[in-house]
Design a protein around this ligand. Sequence first.
Ligand code: PRP
Length: 180
Amino acid sequence: MKSLHPELERILIPAESIQRRVIELAGQISQDFQGVDRLYLVGILKGAFIFLADLARQLEVPHSVDFMALSSYGKTTTSGAVRIIMDLREPVEGQHLMIVEDILDTGHTLSYLYRTLKERNPASIHTCVLVRKTRPRQDVPVDYLGFEIPDVWVVGYGLDYADRHRTLPYIAELKRSAGK
Ligand code: PRP
């Protein structure tokens, strides 16, 4: 087995567990949205691209895929200001939206997005989040959740540290010394 990168402390969620859970989530969503014309998956760049790709390929309901990119100034402050830097290509009025997010940390990103997309009058709006940190955060509904994790810095499976480690197949905890 390849040894862990020196910036990483330990593997938090092995690749096999992620894959199993993604299949379960897709099964649940497919069941809940049976009969719906089309589920409109909204992935949040960059982090969600791997999760969305795996999830979408396991769905058994008709679906389309689009992405948004947001920039947030709220990581180190309490303001949590979020701005859209790339929007969806089409209006989503009357669509069944599923926001797909890799991680819920402070909740500012998802909370902003949820409110913004709701104002566009979709037929329904749901959220699917792979990992949620155990910590105080903005109140935002999570309809489908992969894993609850401790409040540590994590990378892999879409999550990065300074754009590194994003394409690891597992989710790992970053060493404290790497974040300095
Ligand atoms: C990460 C992640 C979420 C957001 C969650 O994105 O992908 O979108 O932070 O954090 P929050 O709950 O505190 O708002 P990031 O801004 O790091 O951008 P990236 O996905 O492009 O790496």
